[in-house]
Design a protein around this ligand. Structure first.
Ligand code: C2E
Ligand code: CA
Ligand code: CA
Length: 421
């Protein structure tokens, strides 16, 4: 058995200020061993979230995000029939800063792999004592690493979020809602915007603003984008079967323009779904800056050459839209809600008029975002904006409601479709 130190000898001197908040869980099937580590930790002043075997740790529901560091005694596990415990454990108990696995046996490798999948950092100790002390100290801040770098509530939430988001994308658990965009000619709808939605069993509903930023930071936005595209294409095909053929606007993050195969991947998905690129508008979002501007421009041109249309999203909030617009044939300009909400102020209206004039002279369609009331819709119509999107017309809705929405519209053909209030 690995030789662990007794009581106070472990973590001599206790935690530095603040780091006692670190919550540490110990997982071992050997109660004596677990207790020895636990008691050392307690004497050192660290709070112990839980201690027990995989099964009992598992019975503690909703511990995700509560545990910072998980120490797993791999050697004390009967290998063949306990695998499901470990897998489930790592699924539910997600350490936010890391996992230390203790083993001296080569045949335990598969458990380590399993742990590694679930932990953000994983260390394997082949012989106990000093290495373990050093690692725990490091994680909980002794050496100004670990928790010291990850101690704010926000940072812990980010770590938890990225872990769950990765899983949600893998399980295709991200949903897509669709928001109608109406034209100011007859107030009918022939296009929708796809908007990602994430409702997590543990975290609840997470706003796109938050999880898209996480996806961009963690390198997940590419897979997320493909998932949203595929789900949108399924909806497009479903609507087509019912006789409706709206265009779908899909948000593509600037980070996705780092992948030279972006256009190829999107085109393949569209063709495989039985749709055509002319039915898709790529909205280039302004949330991140392009890391490789030359590659991004060439991909945008490839999108256009392949038959997709391009839209500048959130116009009025970003910094480099003008430069892009002079190099690429965008077909529409989406004017950000922050500008739309100011159109009753003299300066706001003046800016809006200039944007509209510029868009028209570049042969672009103009879409106003965030239209929330009748007065705004009326003024935008007078200003000759081509399309409006906003809660005044319809909120983002799931696929099933979208079908009813288009069925209702078909029944109202020929009537004035502008909502009254
Ligand atoms: P966006 O592309 O500007 O999408 C429009 C946002 O405005 C949506 O927020 C929509 O729900 C909201 N909205 C629409 N009408 C109104 C209105 O009348 N009033 C107000 N207050 N809001 C309105 P949502 O769904 O929270 O999405 C936020 C942002 O997240 C999107 O802004 C987009 O930048 C990003 N996003 C959403 N889905 C995806 C995706 O699949 N991929 C990428 N890369 N980004 C996405
Ligand atoms: Ca958008
Ligand atoms: Ca937008």
């Amino acid at each position: 058995m690995t030789n662990f130190p007794q009581d106070n000898a472990f973590l001599r001197g206790g935690p530095t200020s603040g780091s006692a908040d670190a919550s540490i869980a110990i997982c071992s099937e050997e109660p004596m061993l677990a207790e020895r580590i636990a008691s050392s930790l307690r004497h050192g002043g660290y709070s112990l979230a839980r201690s027990g075997d995989p099964a009992s740790l598992l019975s503690a529901k909703r511990v995700a995000g509560l545990i910072d560091l998980l120490i797993v005694d791999v050697d004390q596990t009967e290998i063949p029939n306990k695998s499901h415990h470990w897998r489930s454990l790592m699924k539910h108990v997600q350490p936010t800063i890391g996992c230390i696995a203790i083993t001296r046996r080569d045949e335990s490798r598969w458990i380590i792999d399993c742990i590694r999948q679930g932990a953000l950092n994983c260390h394997i100790l082949s012989d106990g004592n000093q290495q373990l002390q050093d690692l725990v100290s490091e994680y909980v801040g002794r050496n100004e690493k670990g928790l010291d770098n990850l101690k704010t509530v926000e940072e812990r939430r980010q770590a938890t979020l990225s872990y769950h988001l990765r899983q949600a994308i893998e399980r295709e658990a991200i949903e897509v809602y669709f928001q109608p965009i109406v034209n100011t000619g007859d107030w009918n709808c022939d296009r929708v915007e796809s908007l990602a939605r994430w409702n997590d069993a543990d975290l609840g509903s997470v706003s796109p603003g938050e999880f898209i930023a996480t996806a961009e930071r963690e390198g997940l936005v590419e897979n997320l984008g493909i998932l949203v595209l595929k789900k949108s294409l399924q909806s497009l095909v479903e609507l087509q079967k019912s006789g409706h053929s709206p265009t779908f606007s899909i948000n593509v993050s600037r980070r996705q323009f780092e992948n030279p195969r972006l256009v190829e991947t999107y085109l393949k998905a569209v063709i495989e779904a039985g749709a055509s690129p002319e039915q898709i508008i790529i909205e280039v979002t302004e949330t991140a800056s392009f890391s490789n501007y030359t590659l991004a421009l060439s991909l945008m041109r490839d999108f256009v050459d392949a038959g997709f249309r391009l839209a500048v999203d959130d116009f009025g909030t970003g910094e480099s839209s003008f430069m892009q617009m002079s190099h690429v044939a965008y077909s529409e300009l989406k004017i950000d809600r922050s500008l739309v909400s100011c159109i009753f102020e003299p300066a706001g209206q003046c800016i809006m008029r200039s944007i509209i004039a510029m868009g028209k002279s570049l042969n672009m369609h103009l879409v106003a975002e965030g239209v929330e009331d009748r007065q705004t819709a009326d003024l935008l119509e007078q200003l000759e904006v081509d399309f409006c999107q906003g809660y005044f017309f319809a909120r983002p809705m799931p696929q099933a409601d979208l079908l009813s929405y288009f069925n209702d519209l078909s029944k109202k053909q020929g009537q004035n479709l502008k909502p009254l209030a």
